[in-house]
Design a binder for this molecule. Structure first.
Ligand code: F6P
Length: 361
């Protein structure tokens, strides 16, 4: 078989396990005698001249990288090339420059490690430039459709669960209600999973409308049962009772969720008379060493992506996915359309309710 030269890039917000994916791709491609080119900073590495890339060799990945958070290639979650923000405030379609950058690298195929936003951009670029692309799903939010899980989610849940383990003793020492605000964007997967695993009394997710009366009643019931502390997990996209979002604006004009934990803490203090404290977990959910599950998923996905290229399956734009204990591949277009927030009939929602955890409704 002819020697191939494939590209790899990480795109969107980082998460634990990206380096493990890169490592798996490099190792399995080298096993076939192929070259792997790592593109720097997602598609941004192709907007500069010459394109920013480096040839990746397996030796580089011996030792620490399997365990290390972040991405050695760098990434970006802004700068959509189809509407690229220019310094003068205008937006410009720079997709042609990116396609030219891909072509300049002389690649047989590209592996894009990303979430649904990145995949929408990458598959559009792939179509425009006739580029063979395989997607590997990663996101702590776990909101990509057609895969049961994505790289980074397990680690984020582990970090949030550990935070609850650390909050519980101090909550009990001070008779407090601890509110933990977690990430997840518009999906409540992290809150739901970590809340169950970490023994929360209340879990608030964007998919379920809550009332302060309901969650205050749960906290009062906990106290009346003789327990002196309570644990509440709230997902960042949960709205106020009158439907307003909590967002933080950054100097570059970007907005991100943040702040709902303080709102819930104040409301609960007012309605239960309990002392409350709020922890906003933030980016520590993204930056730690990957759990063993994320390392396994990253390795299996990386190997499958290379296999797809070997079998010439990448032409039509495939995404590797985890379904029913197997690594499969699906059309990337279908995965983008199948956004996956928390299914209210899912086993975890049922489990939370059966455990007596209040979901606020
Ligand atoms: O999509 C991953 C994520 O961590 C979300 O959970 C969160 O809302 C957002 O990215 C934070 O983005 P940034 O890294 O730009 O602050």
């Amino acid at each position: 078989m002819a020697k191939k030269r494939i590209g790899i890039l990480t795109s969107g917000g980082d998460c634990a396990g990206l380096n493990a994916v890169i490592r798996a791709v490099v190792h399995s491609a080298h096993h076939l005698g192929w070259d792997v080119v790592g593109i720097q900073d997602g598609t941004a590495g192709l907007l500069v001249h010459p394109p920013q890339y480096r040839v990746l060799t397996p030796n580089e990945f011996d030792g620490i990288l399997l365990r290390q958070g972040g991405t050695i290639l760098g990434t970006t979650n802004k700068g959509n090339p189809f509407a690229f923000p220019m310094p003068d405030g205008s937006v410009k379609d720079r997709s042609g420059e990116i396609v030219a950058g891909f072509k300049a690298l002389n690649l047989d195929a590209v592996i894009g490690i990303g979430g649904d936003g990145s995949f929408a951009i990458l598959s559009r670029l792939a179509k425009q430039g006739g580029i063979n692309m395989v997607g590997i799903p990663k996101t702590i939010d776990n909101d990509i459709g057609m895969t049961e899980t994505s790289v980074g989610f397990d680690t984020a849940v582990a970090v949030a669960t550990e935070a609850l383990d650390r909050l519980q003793p101090t909550a009990a020492s001070h008779d407090r209600i601890m509110i933990l605000e977690v990430m997840g964007r518009d999906a409540g997967h992290i809150a739901l999973a970590a809340g169950i695993a970490g023994g929360a009394d209340v879990i608030l997710i964007p998919e379920i409308k809550y009332s302060i009366e309901n969650i205050a009643a749960k906290i009062r019931a906990v106290k009346e049962s003789g327990r002196n502390f309570g644990l509440v997990v709230v997902s960042e996209a949960v709205k106020t009772v009158d439907g307003s979002k909590f967002e933080v604006s950054y100097s570059d004009g970007q907005k991100r969720y943040g702040g709902i934990g303080n709102y819930i803490g104040a409301k609960l203090a007012e309605s239960t008379g309990s002392e409350t404290r709020v922890t906003v977990l933030g980016h520590v959910q993204r930056g730690s060493p990957p759990t063993y599950n994320d390392r396994l998923l990253a390795s299996a996905f990386g190997v499958k992506a290379v296999e797809l290229i070997r079998q010439r399956q990448s032409k039509c734009g495939r995404m590797v996915a985890w379904q029913n204990r197997e690594v499969v591949d699906v059309a990337i277009e279908d995965a983008i359309k199948a956004y996956q927030d928390v299914d209210l009939n899912s086993p975890l929602v049922h489990t939370a309710r059966a455990l007596g955890i209040s979901l606020g409704d």
